[in-house]
Design a protein around this ligand. Structure first.
Ligand SMILES: Cc1ncc(COP(=O)(O)O)c(C=O)c1O
Length: 497
């Protein structure tokens, strides 16, 4: 028999019923309890958790109020389907058409400091949670390799780097529309080194690199450290860089290279359609301008086939393709690679040697072994679906808790969201306020060397969705609303004065 859940007797303590509610909410958030499934009965939960019936009833009432469960007469409590209500998407970006020297090192410190602090809610850096990665399996592989590898584990692994890893990357390139051979590939210390080597291979200090706007700040930082200029191009949250603008700028000014994150751009989430990739490579072939293609998120489509890379349409050897296993396997291993194409292969190998000599051997060997025998495809299938669900959850929570007028991207892959807040919200101030609540976010100006996007933030969905994340989004929404309210009051005060 069920007591009336709308009028439960007093529970033992607020704290306890919230804990019980959070446990169930966590199971729902992780997908262990799905829409339509029955949750444990009040009696069972009470004996399982060692709490009173009243406490469980109060916990279930909280979950009902949050819309997560519903009671069915004489049957029990069931998980409610999620309301999939997403906010609208931002429009095409509109950066100024001038190449700019980059100067943004100061803004990054705080984001980086927060990465390894478990007390801080990790929505700032685009790091996947170790919980979602095959950490134990990789650790086992690494342990067994270090027992068996002998001298190979300690010797310099000279460029082009670990043969087993290059073979595995080459084998997988068929999925992206290329047919690379292991001789086409140079292994690197993460994707960032691959990009840095490519920039140095195709351009020098003072040269202009055209790229999407907004762009991942690590890329802007690399351009800054090499004394190059960045030309930010208008970009659409679905289809990426505006090709008409790029065509016009190629005629108007000297551009030494284009750098594009073609698949699931960070932070925009855009994925360039195949016909755009083809047009882009043809356009750049006509202009004889190299394309540095960063495909670090390409394996992370939430549904459907893995998108191709622009390199698939390259007939002139002008596309330098970069990748890494930081978003799918182990960011800490720092395993990346570049396929520079025939024109730039020797130069990139030489630059690799002169910058860091070689990358660490064991992590490369471990990734190669995982790719060959560790079930990479199965792992990535699960990861893609998980990231997709986490992105949807965060999108919905933003719709629920952020001020009206907020817009959010709806990426089809990867795990970051680009959020446009009402114009008068300052995202640098929001970052300060959020840090006081131990929440890390990435403010918009980080993603532009023109310091644009002052009312944007990038939020990472790389960690499992949980009540703590939901609360974090609620807090961010409240902080943004407080900024709006205080600006409205200040405006009203000034008008009255
Ligand atoms: C678009 C993009 N490129 C490159 C990188 C750097 O990758 P890695 O950690 O492999 O150096 C990142 C990391 O966030 C990224 O988002």
């Amino acid at each position: 028999m069920h007591a009336d859940p709308s009028n439960p007797p007093a529970p033992e303590s607020d704290h306890l019923y919230e804990k019980v509610a959070d446990k169930i909410a966590q199971l729902i958030a992780q997908g262990d309890l799905r829409a339509g499934e029955r949750i444990p009965s009040v009696r069972r939960m009470s004996s399982q958790q060692g709490v009173s019936i009243a406490t469980v009833l109060q916990a279930y009432l909280v979950l009902e109020n949050r819309g997560m469960i519903a009671a069915r007469p004489k049957s029990g409590y069931y998980v409610q389907p999620r309301r999939r209500v997403f906010p609208p998407e931002p429009a095409m970006s509109k950066p100024a058409p001038t190449a700019t020297l980059v100067g943004m090192s100061g803004l990054m410190g705080r984001l980086i400091e927060a990465v390894n602090d478990p007390a801080i809610l990790p929505m700032g850096a685009a790091c996947p949670s170790p919980q979602l990665l095959p950490t134990q399996k990789l650790n086992r592989i690494l342990a067994s390799l270090s027992r068996q590898a002998g001298n190979d584990a300690v010797e310099y692994d000279m460029p082009p780097g670990c043969p087993a890893l290059r073979r595995q990357v080459a084998r997988r390139s068929l999925d992206w529309g290329c047919s690379l051979s292991s001789d086409d590939i140079v292994t690197t210390t993460g994707g960032m080194e691959a990009i840095n080597l490519c920039l140095r291979a195709v351009a020098g200090p003072g040269d202009t690199i055209a790229l999407e706007s907004p762009t991942y700040f690590g890329i802007l930082q690399s351009i800054e450290s090499l004394g190059m200029k960045a030309l930010e191009l208008p970009s659409h949250p679905r289809t990426g860089v505006c090709l008409e603008t790029l065509e016009g700028e190629l005629k108007r000014q000297k551009i030494s290279a284009v750098l594009s994150v073609t698949n699931f751009n960070n932070p925009l989430g855009s994925c360039m359609p195949d016909n755009h990739k083809k047009q882009l490579t043809e356009l750049l072939a006509r202009a004889e301008v190299p394309l540095i293609e960063d495909d670090i998120y390409g394996d992370l489509a939430h549904h459907g086939p893995r998108p191709k890379v622009a390199r698939a349409w390259d007939r002139q050897g002008l596309v330098l393709l970069c990748g890494s296993y930081s978003k799918t396997l182990a960011p800490g291993y720092r395993v990346g690679w570049v396929a520079p194409g025939p024109r730039f292969l020797q130069k990139v190998k030489h630059l690799k040697y002169t910058s860091t000599v070689a990358s660490a051997s064991l992590p490369q060997m471990a990734v190669a072994e995982f790719l060959q025998n560790g079930g990479y495809d199965h792992h990535v299938r699960t990861l893609r679906a998980t990231y997709g669900e986490q992105v949807n959850r965060m999108c919905e929570a933003i719709g629920e808790h952020f001020p009206s007028g907020t817009r959010v991207t709806r990426p089809a892959g990867g795990f970051v969201l680009w959020v446009e807040l009402p114009k008068s919200v300052n995202s640098l101030q929001l970052q300060d306020d959020a840090m006081r609540h131990r929440i890390s976010i990435a403010p918009g100006p980080l993603f532009s060397c023109q310091q644009r996007y002052t009312n944007f933030v990038r939020l990472s969905c790389g960690h499992p969705w949980s009540p703590r994340m939901e609360q974090g989004i609620e807090t961010l929404g409240r902080l943004a609303q407080e900024q709006l309210d205080s600006r409205a009051r200040a405006g009203a005060g000034a008008a009255a004065a």
